[in-house]
Design a binder for this molecule. Structure first.
Ligand SMILES: [Zn+2]
Length: 309
């Protein structure tokens, strides 16, 4: 079984097989003259698989010199403290609004525990702080040169307030974390990812415009793999996001607890998304992914409609 898929000159996708599931969480490897760059190294629960990915790529663990984070959610960055502590020369690039949570993950872990409860360890593993002197704090708008490769960072809120997207200029690959949503290699539609607490549609739209203006050959999605037609992917994702925002808003007016509203909405939406697909593609649209998105959009509307204090 191979964990790697070459995407472009010097850019490789690694499949972290989160919870033994293929095509769930990707890490991206960029080869430079100054060692390897990892974009979103994934959760700590995938540390062994990450080492397998590096071995398969012919890299020693110490070859990893730089980590670029799109954002600090545990599925993207949970392992970064563990990596940094084992390699004092490793530098971790992160948006300023996310940096404090890498230095002290306590609040991030508290809010994740409210969602995942006792399942935290199994899902995400041990989350360690990143030493301050290994952090490179960015605002977005930077153009970094790492080992001869030019990597652009852009502030792209919408999914999270501290979200960055990255562009490898030479390879023409945009690493979009979760702001460009999810996709599969199986002909399923592009889907938004809208978990609590930061979802903001007004902030989201300009982020997509900015990414589209890069004119990349492909979007490298964390969940999962390359979207080879960026403009089509972004348009489809945004259309579904608008549709979801309206239908979640409507569901807030129905009776019952949030769990029931979310379930009912997710089943309806999952049916709508999967019914036009060939049977073999349907299994690649996960109900749980859709379900999780109800909560972030519900929070978005409630915050918006709160009477001013
Ligand atoms: Zn994610």
């Amino acid at each position: 079984m191979t964990l790697l898929q070459p995407l472009a000159d010097g850019v490789t996708l690694g499949d972290l097989h989160h919870l033994d599931r293929a095509e769930s969480i990707a890490v991206y490897l960029i080869d430079t003259r100054d060692g390897l760059v990892l974009v979103d190294p994934g959760p700590a629960s995938c540390l062994d698989t990450l080492h397998d990915v590096l071995r398969e790529a012919g890299a020693a663990p110490d070859d990893v010199r730089n980590v670029l984070l799109t954002h600090i959610h545990l599925d993207h960055a949970g392992v970064v403290g563990t990596l940094a502590r084992a390699r004092p020369r490793l530098r971790v690039h992160v948006h300023a609004r996310g940096a404090k949570h890498l230095l002290d993950p306590a609040r991030l872990l508290d809010s994740a525990r409210r969602i995942y409860g006792d399942d935290m360890d199994r899902l995400w593993g041990e989350v360690l702080p990143v030493p301050a002197d290994q952090l490179v704090v960015l605002e977005g708008g930077e153009r970094l040169t790492i080992g001869g490769r030019i990597l652009r960072a852009a502030w792209t809120p919408g999914h999270a307030w501290h979200h960055l997207a990255w562009l490898d200029e030479r390879a023409g690959i945009a690493f979009t974390g979760d702001v460009a949503g999810e996709g599969t290699q199986h002909g399923t539609p592009a889907l938004p990812v809208t978990p609590p607490p930061d979802i903001d549609l007004e902030a989201w739209r300009p982020s997509l415009d900015l990414i589209e203006a890069w004119g990349a050959e492909a979007l490298a999605l964390t969940h999962f793999g390359p979207a080879r037609e960026p403009a089509t992917h972004l348009r489809q994702m945004w259309e579904t996001l608008l549709l979801w925002s309206v239908s979640v808003h409507e569901s807030l007016a129905t009776d019952g607890p949030d769990e029931a509203r979310a379930e009912a909405w997710a089943h309806t939406e999952h049916d709508r998304l999967t019914s036009p697909l060939p049977p073999e593609a349907r299994a690649h649209v996960l109900l749980e992914t859709v379900l999780g998105s109800w909560y972030g959009l519900a929070r978005y509307w409630r915050k918006k409609e709160e009477p001013p204090a």
